[in-house]
Design a protein around this ligand. Structure first.
Ligand code: XMP
Length: 516
């Protein structure tokens, strides 16, 4: 996606990079994250960004930490180094970084502004009686800059860290030892704002109108006159928004395929048919329940399930594409977090990593650069109903990764019902929109129960409900006991094959959101 008003973030594997990204996007500045290992000066020049941010890192510049070419300092693009990013600037430009135990800081720190800089001018949290300005910032560093490079000045210092903010105003290179992207740094947004707007001269134009114009132009440029596009529609918001965007540009040359893999939520078919009608989408329905369930019948391992499911999906799309002339494109509703999560290689999300290398169709992923909240904003503009826009995410491999171990149709039926009850009760109690994702999981164990005078030995179901802003970290939700009780009573009464309900109280990390 070309946008000549952009900041690139070079990531040195920092846990906070996504926060910098979100901060910029909130300021309506288009930005992209590039891992240090994938970016070169030529690539940067090709993107032609207004500014570059070098992220923090868990590594040390003193211990073979990741590097960047020194040429980035010669291309006349403003640079802001954060923590490790600042230490890297210092190291490359001839200053010194040392590991000094007494200088380490973890947590809140107060820094004193000592000198004017364009980055910090008029930004402060406190003024003391003598008129000195202070910032309250979040530090997390073992190494410290002990000598700044030539042509740099010290802008602010803490008691432990003499070089907390440094600047080379002439070359527009800045370094912050602390993390402006973390909410504990109160002035963080103002500093990033100052860098983006006053130093990089960005315009806050990353708004929904511009986003949809850029996406439309992209689709228009890529998909030529007679080309057709095939797209997998699920009941999810990402594929729906993708379909509507493409449909707006090429109309009936878009062929949407909805595959029932037997692993869907209850009434998904009806929902997708109704949505495709209301948005005038050209849709084909494929019943592939048996194909998927047969292929899964002897698989226990979650990653294997993902791979098998992803492969059958692709086979079906390619088969369908062959039924039409001129299908040149395979469209997917991939979004930014899919790409980032896949890069982390925690789980293979099949819409990112599962495509065969020699696929004959070209890949069209119009919303790949967007975050979920941006996709929702686009969806709102398209008049997608609120309850669809804010539906909980549902993984591509569906119920297969929520039935731990072996997947069977009979278990899918039970899980579908249990899930329906859980969601229904969250909605009835107005809890639904206070949670970011909730679902049920069937465990591969049985537990003793009693009905009347009889002992029964039946299935165990887990409830999972989390709050998250980006699905990369999550906290379990403290659903009130009386609501949990109502949910478990309904499940145990209405589904006789389940004898026990448990509630998952695990945060991510160390757990993931899904159980598999
Ligand atoms: P985890 O379990 O990795 O989940 O913490 C993060 C988010 O991703 C969803 N998820 C998936 N989505 N294919 C998908 O399309 C998958 O294989 C997959 N695994 C997890 C999960 O539901 C959560 O929203």
């Amino acid at each position: 996606m070309k946008n000549n008003n952009c900041i690139i973030i070079i990531d040195f594997n920092s846990q906070y990079t996504m926060l910098i990204f979100k901060m910029l996007r909130k300021l309506k500045v288009y930005c992209e994250i590039h891992n240090y290992s994938d970016i070169s000066v030529n690539k940067i020049l090709n993107i032609n960004p207004n500014g570059i941010i070098l992220s923090g890192s868990s590594h040390s510049v003193l211990n073979n930490g990741p590097l960047i070419s020194n040429k980035i300092f010669n291309i006349n693009i403003p640079i802001l180094g954060i923590c490790y990013g600042m230490q890297l600037i210092v190291k490359i430009l001839g200053g010194d970084v040392e590991n000094i135990y007494d200088c380490q800081e973890f947590g809140l720190s107060r820094i004193l502004v000592k000198k004017y800089s364009k980055l910090t001018n008029n930004i402060y949290d406190r003024v003391d009686s003598k008129g000195y300005l202070f910032l309250d910032v979040w530090m997390s560093h073992s190494d410290v800059v002990t000598k700044i490079p030539d042509n740099f000045s010290v802008i602010a210092s803490s008691d432990k860290c003499k070089n907390a903010i440094i600047a080379n105003e002439k070359n527009r290179i800045y370094g912050l030892q602390f993390h402006p992207e973390v909410s504990h740094t109160k002035c963080g947004t103002n500093l990033i704002k100052r860098f983006a707007f006053n130093i990089c001269n960005c315009i806050p134009n990353w708004n929904i109108t511009n986003i949809s114009t850029i996406i439309n132009n992209n689709i228009n440029n890529l998909v030529k006159n007679n080309d057709k596009v095939i797209l997998g529609l699920s009941g999810g918001i990402d594929s729906l928004v993708t379909a509507i965007m493409i449909n707006n540009v090429i109309g009936k040359r878009l062929i949407c395929v909805f595959i029932d893999n037997g692993l869907l939520r209850l009434h998904e078919y009806e929902l997708v048919i109704q949505l495709s009608k209301s948005f005038n989408l050209n849709i084909i329905f494929v019943d592939a329940k048996n194909k998927f369930l047969n292929a899964l019948s002897n698989i226990y391992d979650a990653e294997e399930k993902r791979i098998v499911i992803g492969k059958i999906f692709i086979d079906i799309f390619l088969e369908q594409a062959n039924n039409f002339s001129n299908v040149k494109w395979f469209a997917q509703g991939t979004i930014y977090s899919d790409v980032v999560e896949s890069k982390n290689k925690i789980k293979s999300h099949h819409n990112v990593s599962g495509l065969p290398k020699n696929i004959s169709l070209k890949l069209l992923e119009p919303i790949k650069k967007l975050f979920k909240d941006e996709v929702r904003e686009l969806g709102l503009k398209m008049n997608i109903p609120y309850d669809i826009l804010y539906r909980y995410p549902f993984p591509g491999p569906g119920l297969a990764i929520r039935i731990i171990g072996k997947v069977k149709d009979s278990l899918c039926k039970l899980l579908r019902l249990a899930d329906k009850i859980f969601i229904e009760e969250l909605k009835n109690s107005n809890f639904y929109y206070r949670i970011d994702q909730a679902f049920t999981v069937l465990l591969p164990i049985k537990s003793v129960g009693v009905v009347g005078d009889c002992r029964k030995y039946d299935l165990v179901l887990a409830l999972r409900a989390i709050n998250t802003s980006n699905f990369m970290t999550a906290k379990w939700v403290k659903i009130p006991y009386n609501l949990l009780h109502k949910i478990s009573s309904r499940i145990l009464n209405e589904i006789s094959e389940i004898s026990r309900v448990v509630y998952d109280i695990s945060d991510k990390p160390p757990s993931t959101i899904e159980w598999e």
